[in-house]
Design a protein around this ligand. Structure first.
Ligand code: NAD
Length: 452
């Protein structure tokens, strides 16, 4: 079987494996991982060591932002399951930050358990794999006593939500700082608009609307991947590479993208909804390359005070598109993403503020260096679970309450994936498999599919 083609031959999978195998000497490295090595209260002159887990587009971006924060920061370890992604990211980051990427070859890890070893090397870990892996990786980072930046969504099902919530409590006890990649919370226009809404600028918020209507972000087709790598992919490798289209990895686009808008609505209401009902399906994006997710979801979320958010997210070509949140109150209206308030207290944001992706890292690293409170895990988990609640409503066609959703026992993760060797993991079967004749995956059927 051919190996993937690494961008930098010195960082080949074989190279990593031999070095990590030597270092690992069986299970001894994992067994010897330090727990609660130390809780960093770094002064401005201390070097903060960062590990990157998940070296794709966003992981590379987040590492770049972490390395661009004030003070001395070094990238000291990285982990990914695919050598080509690992090599590419490290090679690019080394070019962009020559003096800040200080990774010994033995601190580059492959395999599904690589995250545990990379976490052990660092003070701060960036978690940017497909979101299905987030709960297990966040739990481990907290167990090892490390500060965390984790991308959204932080879970794709209820067992994952519960794991993240438990780890969030533990992180607080250990005084760990946790950032979540819901960057609107660090965007000056959103912050100023939200402050006004919470100060009563539009009175009581009675109705809300959230949209992420756009197009398919990307697809990695099996035949093209197999041509690129010159070999057949196992079902596991195919799903990992084309992860957007599988619920256990992505959560569906309502969780992967629309979470940003639902999170803003939760922020307005200072908590998640109490129930959801909706419709959804896959009308136009059909075919074996598009896995098991829907191409549209329309959900009505009800909050504790009876107010309702009407939400839509859609991946369909040739339709009207909009990504926005707006809210109507007893004294006016606000378009949050446009930073405007109309009505009695009309107002418009005058501009300013940094790029929110950089600002969220500046804020996290400042909290680490100054030891100020910083823990976004709980609202990050609640917003992630809100999007899962919406998916539960559209997949089942039933009205689902928050309590039913968070207590659901439906666990989408492949059991033991990080407990076996990489080669064995690649032979494991995900829960959703293609029809052997058509290659098509089963989609949820509203009225039939059960979610709780
Ligand atoms: N906040 C934002 O605006 C924003 C924008 C884009 C992406 N994201 C989020 O960032 C995350 C990553 O998205 P991306 O676009 O970078 O995807 P990507 O496919 O480019 O990168 C994911 C990487 O994770 C690796 N990986 C997969 N499973 C792994 C495992 N078990 N252990 C280690 N590595 C593993 C993959 O090989 C790949 O390199 C997602 O949760 C996504 O929703 C957030």
């Amino acid at each position: 079987m051919n190996q993937n083609t690494p961008m930098n031959p010195s960082l080949s999978r074989r190279g990593f494996l031999s070095s990590t195998t030597k270092a690992a000497a069986g299970a001894s490295l994992l067994a010897g991982l330090p727990i609660e090595r130390f809780v960093l209260g770094a002064s401005p002159s201390d070097t903060v060591k960062v590990a990157l887990i998940g070296c794709g587009g966003r992981g590379s971006g987040a590492a770049n932002q972490a390395l661009s924060t004030d003070g001395s920061v070094k990238l000291v370890a990285a982990a990914d399951v695919h050598p080509d992604r690992l090599n590419g990211a490290i090679s690019n980051l080394s070019k962009a930050h020559k003096d800040k990427v200080d990774i010994k070859k033995e601190n580059l890890f492959l395999g599904f358990d690589g995250y545990k070893k990379a976490i052990a090397m660092a003070d701060v870990v960036i978690l940017a794999t497909p979101p299905g892996f987030r709960p297990m990786q966040f739990e481990e980072a907290v167990r090892q006593g490390k500060h965390v930046f984790m991308e959204k969504p932080v879970c794709v099902d209820a067992p994952g939500f519960r794991k993240v919530m438990a780890a969030a409590q533990e992180a607080k006890k250990k005084n760990l700082k946790v950032g979540v990649g819901l960057q609107r919370h660090h965007q000056a226009g959103y912050l100023e608009t939200m402050k006004r809404l919470h100060d009563g600028a539009i009175g009581d918020v009675v109705a809300m609307r959230a949209y992420w209507n756009g197009n398919t972000p990307w697809v990695r087709r099996r035949d093209e991947l197999e041509k690129q790598y010159g070999r057949k992919l196992t079902e596991m490798e195919y799903q990992l590479r084309n992860w957007y289209y599988f619920v256990w990895l992505c959560g569906d686009h309502i969780a992967e993208q629309h979470i940003h808008n639902l999170d803003v609505i939760n922020w307005v209401k200072k908590g998640p909804p109490v129930s959801a009902r909706g419709n959804g399906g896959c009308e136009t994006r059909k075919g074996k390359d598009y896995g098991e997710i829907f191409d549209h979801h329309v959900v009505e979320f009800t909050y504790a005070d009876g107010s309702v958010c009407f939400s839509q997210c859609r991946h369909q070509q040739g339709c009207w598109n909009d990504v926005s949140e707006s809210v109507i109150g007893t004294k006016g209206k606000s378009d949050l993403g446009r930073y405007t308030i109309t009505g009695e207290n009309a107002w418009r944001f005058k501009g300013g503020g940094k790029d929110a992706y950089q600002q969220e890292h500046d804020d996290l690293f400042a909290a680490i260096r100054n030891d100020t409170p910083f823990n976004e895990a709980e609202y990050g988990a609640a917003s992630s679970m809100t999007s899962v609640l919406g998916r539960m409503a559209t997949y089942s066609g039933k009205e689902i309450t928050w309590e039913q959703a968070i207590n659901s026992q439906v666990d989408t993760m492949v059991a033991n994936i990080d407990k076996v060797s990489f080669e064995e993991a690649m032979q494991l079967m995900p829960k959703s498999l293609p029809d052997p004749e058509t290659g098509l995956y089963k989609l949820a059927i509203p009225g039939v599919t059960t979610v709780i």
